[in-house]
Design a protein around this ligand. Structure first.
Ligand SMILES: NC(=O)c1ccc[n+]([C@@H]2O[C@H](COP(=O)([O-])OP(=O)(O)OC[C@H]3O[C@@H](n4cnc5c(N)ncnc54)[C@H](OP(=O)(O)O)[C@@H]3O)[C@@H](O)[C@H]2O)c1
Length: 263
């Protein structure tokens, strides 16, 4: 093991909050799922890798094992790590970058080649793991990005490419209002904890809020919006990383289109 990355879900697992959905599968449990390292040995039947290969891997929430000197990675969730990427940069990718990528491309429909009509996007908690990838990925598409973060990170988030950045502790930040008055077509909501009524006035006619920390009230609003054929939608998203997603974000880092920022 050369590097592992911790996500908020690792803390939830440690606190036992995921036990109702049988995560972890068994105890004792070694935390962390997002890793980068070097293959020391392969099992019979493994064809993609050999000892000495540099890799990045997603171990799976119910299995974990990342905070150890050696981990068992499944071939199907492991990809080669190009020499351009440090172990720490690569280990940041699996959950955080894939979630940002899936949120933007699937429910939000942002095309990373910039070929779609311009979308106004709000990204909350843009200085965090998911948010900082989301800003960069959104800017690969044809987008105007408004972002929220803490005061100390305003310049950092701007440097990632956000068009406007709001301190979430200011009155504008509390109501998620775009400084340029734009209505959002998409909100990638990484911050959690805002009621639907906060988003509603700032959404465009067909605006969508993609909620990464869905609560029971998110599910109620989601159902209500569907049942009433509302054009404005709240979309709960739980991302399950795939190897194709992992290959894609690793490729973007290799091409210099995406970076992991470690402070
Ligand atoms: N659904 C899924 O599949 C999925 C996948 C990954 C993550 N998540 C969830 O998404 C959330 C974000 O994950 P993460 O890995 O990005 O977390 P993280 O790296 O811990 O980042 C959290 C960020 O939140 C910011 N923040 C705190 N309160 C805020 C507010 N009121 N408005 C705006 N920003 C605020 C902080 O900004 P400052 O430091 O600038 O103050 C910090 O940078 C977590 O709740 C996580 O559980 C869900």
């Amino acid at each position: 093991m050369e590097a592992a990355s911790l996500n908020p879900v690792d803390l939830k697992i440690q606190k036992g909050l995921m036990r109702p959905i049988l995560i972890p599968r068994k105890l004792p449990f070694t935390p962390a799922t997002d890793i980068a390292g070097e293959v020391v040995e392969v099992g019979t039947g493994v064809t993609k890798f050999k000892a000495g290969d540099k890799v990045v891997s997603y171990l799976g929430l119910s299995i974990g094992g990342g905070l150890a000197e050696f981990a068992v990675a499944n071939e199907t969730m492991t990809v080669p790590r190009p020499p351009e990427e440090s172990a720490a940069e690569a280990a940041g990718l699996p959950i955080a970058a894939i979630t940002a990528h899936v949120a933007l491309t699937q429910p939000a429909g942002v095309k990373p080649d910039g070929t779609d009509p311009k979308k106004n996007i709000l990204i909350t908690a843009a200085s965090g793991g998911v948010g900082h990838y989301a800003v960069q990925l959104a800017k690969l598409g044809n987008t105007h990005v408004t972002a929220t973060c803490g005061a100390r990170n305003l310049n950092f988030v701007k440097s990632l490419g956000a068009d406007e950045v709001i301190d979430y502790k200011t009155p504008e930040g509390q109501v998620l209002k775009s400084p340029s008055g734009k209505k959002y077509d998409v909100v990638v909501h990484c911050a959690g904890g805002f009621p639907w009524s906060t988003f509603e006035p700032s959404l465009s006619t067909n605006g969508k809020v993609i909620d990464l920390t869905p609560s029971p009230s998110t599910m109620m609003t989601f159902a209500l919006k569907k049942l009433t054929f509302s054009k404005k939608q709240l979309v709960p998203l739980i991302c399950v990383p795939t190897v194709e997603n992992l290959e894609y974000v690793v490729k973007l880092v290799k091409e210099g289109k995406l970076k992991t920022v470690i402070d």
